[in-house]
Design a protein around this ligand. Structure first.
Ligand SMILES: *[C@@H]1O[C@H](CO)[C@@H](O)[C@H](O)[C@H]1NC(C)=O
Ligand SMILES: *[C@@H]1O[C@H](CO)[C@@H](O)[C@H](O)[C@H]1NC(C)=O
Ligand SMILES: *[C@@H]1O[C@H](CO)[C@@H](O)[C@H](O)[C@H]1NC(C)=O
Ligand SMILES: *[C@@H]1O[C@H](CO)[C@@H](O)[C@H](O)[C@H]1NC(C)=O
Length: 509
């Protein structure tokens, strides 16, 4: 989960990726905006971007919050036009009177840094970046059984390899909450896990979850509707992951043995899949879980602060926005304030969200990657997924399906509480990688998970105290501290096949 990255950077965040929504904001406001705030306009134009896109992507929540309207009201805007206009006029006048200050509130302070885009890679998509890094990539479109249209990226062979090559070993990488396929490559050819695996002889597939930058489409649902965003990691585990795995097998042959590597939510969905659709235990070859999240009893992330509201779904959805998770300033401030209390940072430092982002483990964070990371994160997630995680925290020690409340549960599951994921049904060999300074995957929780695995490979704890949740992706020393071990475990399975899960002779249960 990269919640922290997001939460703390949205304040200064200027999104450098492509437009995802259009037609959200009333055209006349966009026009007024264009007419009046030339400072912003010029800025946006100088970046070669459409103002409307900029507005829709980056400003809308802040403006909405400033205007004191909720999204529903804005969307049912018929009666509110006049009021919006008046408020907007006030806003613009404020902006002009206070010049830089208000401007900064809209286009965040670290603008020149985060979007100092002499570096074109900030705006590039995953396939473009892969090409920039000298590799060949493929994009595959997969439709899930419930109609979501996913894009999966693939790096079929190493940089210098010929196209015609011996069949390669297969690995599927799955990003975490708010992430995308870009997570595995933004660190560049030397440090990105996707490239390291490619050079090690793997055919690398990079998944994209429903709702993220590359999977924002559905055969029938409009992405601005709640029906589109009405999913949590459960639906991802039940539909997206099987669709991607089946697709790879379809493409490469049904004897293909896929190695699965997940980060954060990418591990949650693996556990949810393997415990419910158990035949995938036999389909995959092995699972490698980086910063695994299943039980959530010992959470330091500010997401825990949402937990106490997690039984009040209505309130949380109101607080966070019902569809896509795009928190407004007030929520961000609230969360970052609490994060600061945790860290005992001085207030002034807390206001600098960049510092909060680099946070605990500055040593491992490569600051020159920040612009490109901000260009790709957050890639999109449903609020409902966050609520689901918040519920896990509230229901200490239960790794379970979404809680719809007693009545809802009775209808949906036939029981008062939601069913737990039966982890004892997971027979796939699985290795866990965790670290001490992980706000989301603590020692206690990962250990508790490990002892429940029937076919554990190893629980590897990164030998660096400061190593944190996102360091698994981008840390300066991730290749040395994590990926080397990962490759070793991947390879060991080749020469010395994992214990045969079909015979089940070693089943400890
Ligand atoms: C822009 O401002 C001018 C003068 O204030 C006004 O006449 C015009 O209608 C405005 N245009 C828009 C699109 O609001
Ligand atoms: C959202 O999903 C739940 C559970 O699958 C379902 O019961 C409900 O009808 C859905 N709501 C909408 C608006 O799609
Ligand atoms: C938004 O405002 C409308 C109209 O006042 C209200 O019915 C609705 O409950 C509000 N929704 C949220 C999420 O605050
Ligand atoms: C930091 O990232 C930049 C850009 O990818 C790279 O050139 C540099 O080698 C990295 N530094 C370290 C210490 O990894």
């Amino acid at each position: 989960m990269k919640l922290l990255v997001i939460v703390f950077t949205l304040i200064l965040f200027i999104q450098c990726s492509e437009s995802r929504h259009t037609g959200w904001f009333p055209q006349n406001l966009v026009d007024a905006f264009t007419n009046r705030t030339s400072q912003i306009t010029n800025y946006v134009r100088s970046k070669g971007r459409s103002l409307k896109q900029f507005y829709v992507e980056n400003v809308r929540n802040k403006i909405t919050s400033y205007l004191g309207f909720n999204q529903t009201q804005i969307e049912d805007r018929i009666d509110n036009q006049a009021r919006i206009k008046r408020k907007f006029k006030d806003y613009v006048e404020d902006a002009q009177a206070n010049d830089e200050k208000i401007f900064d509130a809209i286009a965040p302070e670290k603008l020149e840094y985060s979007c100092n885009d002499n570096d074109p890679s900030i705006h590039m998509t995953t396939p473009q970046l892969i090409a920039l890094h000298g590799y060949v990539s493929e994009s595959h479109t997969i439709v899930t059984e419930d109609g979501y249209i996913l894009t999966v990226h693939r790096i079929p062979h190493s940089r210098n390899a010929k196209r015609e090559e011996n069949p390669r070993k297969t690995v599927l990488l799955h990003h975490g909450l708010l992430g995308s396929s870009a997570d595995w490559i933004v660190a560049g050819p030397e440090k990105g896990l996707a490239y390291i695996l490619s050079e090690a002889g793997y055919d690398v597939w990079l998944a994209n979850v429903r709702g993220n930058t590359y999977s924002r489409a559905h055969v029938s649902l409009n992405i601005d509707t709640f029906a589109f965003w009405n999913f949590t990691f459960h639906e991802v585990s039940q539909h997206d992951l099987p669709a991607v795995i089946d697709y790879i097998m379809d493409t490469k042959g049904w004897d293909t043995k896929i190695n699965y590597i997940g980060h954060s939510m990418g591990t949650t969905i693996l556990f949810a899949l393997l415990s419910t659709k158990t035949h995938y235990n036999k389909v995959l070859r092995a699972g490698f879980a980086l910063a695994p999240v299943a039980f959530m009893t010992d959470i330091k992330s500010p997401i825990r602060l949402l937990a106490k509201y997690s039984n009040n779904l209505e309130y949380l959805l109101k607080l966070l926005g019902a569809n896509e998770f795009l928190p407004q300033n007030a929520v961000l401030r609230w969360l970052s304030k609490h994060a600061c209390e945790i860290n005992h940072y001085e207030e002034a430092i807390c206001e600098n969200s960049m510092f909060v982002l680099c946070g605990h483990d500055e040593r491992q964070f490569n600051r020159s990657l920040l612009p490109i990371i901000l260009g790709h994160v957050p890639a999109g997630a449903s609020t409902k997924t966050l609520v689901h995680y918040a519920q896990e925290i509230r229901n200490v020690g239960r790794f379970q399906q979404f809680d719809y409340g007693t009545e809802g549960n009775l209808i949906k599951y036939g029981t008062l509480s939601p069913p737990e994921y039966p982890l004892h049904k997971i027979t796939l060999p699985i290795a866990l990688f965790s670290s001490e300074n992980d706000w989301l995957a603590s020692d206690v929780d990962v250990t508790n998970l490990y002892v429940q695995l029937i076919n554990p490979i190893e629980h590897y704890i990164v030998p660096l105290k400061e190593f944190n949740h996102i360091d698994f992706l981008w840390a300066v020393d991730a290749p040395k501290l994590v990926f080397a071990k990962l490759l070793q475990l991947l390879e060991e399975g080749v020469s010395k096949p994992f214990y045969n899960i079909n015979t089940n002779t070693h089943d400890i249960r």
